[in-house]
Design a protein around this ligand. Structure first.
Ligand code: NCD
Ligand code: ZN
Ligand code: ZN
Length: 432
């Protein structure tokens, strides 16, 4: 097949390391078929999918169920294994079974997976560090939020802004700092998901300076919304962590420029319209669809001159490929790379319409947002999955696990030996 790309840009496909496809367990919100169709339409050629499904991806049988569901994928994928208190003895089996990274929930969010105590996290980090896989963290401290939320409810707060009040920046700062210390002491590679505040940037920078292998992402909603979103969008904007005041948004843009934040992911978190719309903010599900809107929204920032096309490619493709061991096979247009390609029209205008998204739970606070810049064709390993803005349904099932090409050598052995030696050092027996 030939392709006329006159006037268009040829970019490496986006790699979104933070999506929730809900299957198995919550298929009224999303499925692997619809989630990856959304990715294909959005110019995203690889996704990393989160473990808060039913069952959670914390055991080998659960992983096998997920791999079965993923057989309908249009695009390539990595599967996150869960790191929790009750599955430390399953981590090696999950690695053998083919997970591409791990996810640890330090705070409550959809699925209500309990956050592991620090001791269990440390043990999990030690085990995973020996295999090199990156551990992505939902870095919000559960116990701080639980107390805040209880007080707000007692005070009768049920409005959208109460969600922001329950999760002040310290909730994330405490969790990022603690995760970075555990990574430092174990040599584990970590990734901070959905950075939402100016305040998290200091522990992030400090950890990078100390030599911790730590990467971070933010998402389009933190870059494009501020606190006005609570009056504009009500419960639809409810997301963990919350969208914050304008000065946080501005700090996140600066952190992209100075590389404190390494990449943009979407936290694609679809829910049904009924689950997103609630009079009582505490009853609305958190998160919204995002994998299909990232590229148009962020290319619009390229069109506005806020982001260069080179930085856009680094933030959405090269940096995630490097952090998760897919470089240079994905995330670059270099000899030897996969032909994971998106052809974009930087001048094409459109308007975000939830009803036109492939996602099932397609409710989005970006509804009716005008955009400039659209993916026109998406190719995964040389094959069209989207052509002329149309999903190529024959490519359903073309997606493969990226684990087969991943290269994640064991993390810094110096640090790993340090902690393991401290734990196993034999106490000399007393003589005489
Ligand atoms: C996510 C979900 O719905 O699975 N929700 C969210 O608000 N971001 C979970 C998460 O990433 O915390
Ligand atoms: Zn999260
Ligand atoms: Zn998420």
């Amino acid at each position: 097949e030939s392709l006329d790309a006159r006037g268009l840009y040829v970019l490496p496909g986006a790699i979104d390391v933070h999506v929730h496809f809900r299957e198995p367990g919550f298929t009224h919100k999303e499925t692997w078929e619809t989630g990856t169709a959304s990715a294909a339409m959005g110019g995203v050629t690889t996704v990393f999918e989160m473990p808060n499904t039913k069952p959670p991806t914390g055991t080998l049988p659960a992983l096998q169920l997920k791999l079965q569901a993923a057989k309908k994928a249009y695009v390539d994928f990595g599967i996150y294994g869960l790191l929790a208190e009750d599955n430390i003895d399953q981590l090696e089996a999950l690695i053998d079974g083919g997970v591409a990274a791990f996810k640890c929930f330090m705070g409550n969010t959809f699925g209500n997976l309990p956050s592991p105590p620090t001791g269990a996290m440390l043990e999990g980090f030690e085990i995973i560090a020996q295999h090199g896989y990156r551990i992505s963290l939902h870095a919000e401290t559960a116990s701080i939020m639980a107390r805040r939320e209880k007080k707000l409810k007692e005070a009768g707060r049920h409005d959208p802004l109460a969600h922001l009040a329950a999760r002040p920046p310290v909730v994330a700062v405490e969790a990022v700092s603690r995760a970075a210390v555990l990574a430092e002491w174990t040599g584990a590679r970590i990734h901070i998901l959905h950075v939402s505040s100016a305040d998290e940037l200091r522990p992030l920078r400090d950890a990078k300076l100390r030599g911790v292998d730590i990467t971070a992402e933010t998402a389009p909603h933190y870059l494009l919304f501020d606190e006005k979103a609570y009056s504009d969008h009500g419960s639809v904007i409810r997301v963990n962590p919350p969208v914050r005041e304008l000065h946080h948004q501005e700090a996140l843009w600066r952190a992209l420029a100075d590389r404190t934040i390494d990449m943009i992911a979407t936290d694609h978190a679809p829910h049904s319209a009924a689950e997103k719309h609630a009079d009582d903010i505490w009853c609305a599900d958190c998160g919204f669809s995002g994998v299909e809107t990232q590229m148009p929204l962020m290319l619009t920032q390229v069109a506005n001159g806020r982001l260069s096309i080179q930085d856009y490619v680094r933030l959405t493709s090269t940096a995630p490929a490097q952090a998760f061991g897919l470089y240079p096979l994905k995330g670059a247009l270099l000899p030897g790379s996969d032909a994971d390609i998106v052809v974009v029209d930087l001048a094409r205008q459109d308007v975000v319409r939830s009803e036109r998204l492939q996602s099932i739970g397609s409710t989005t606070p970006f509804e009716a947002t005008p955009v400039t810049g659209l993916p026109v064709h998406t190719l995964v390993r040389g094959r069209f999955v989207m052509k002329d803005r149309t999903l190529v349904t024959e490519s359903r099932g073309h997606g493969r696990s990226v684990r087969r090409i991943q290269n994640m050598p064991p993390a810094s052995p110096r640090n790993v030996e340090h902690t393991i030696a401290a734990v196993t050092r034999s106490v000399p027996a007393k003589s005489g």
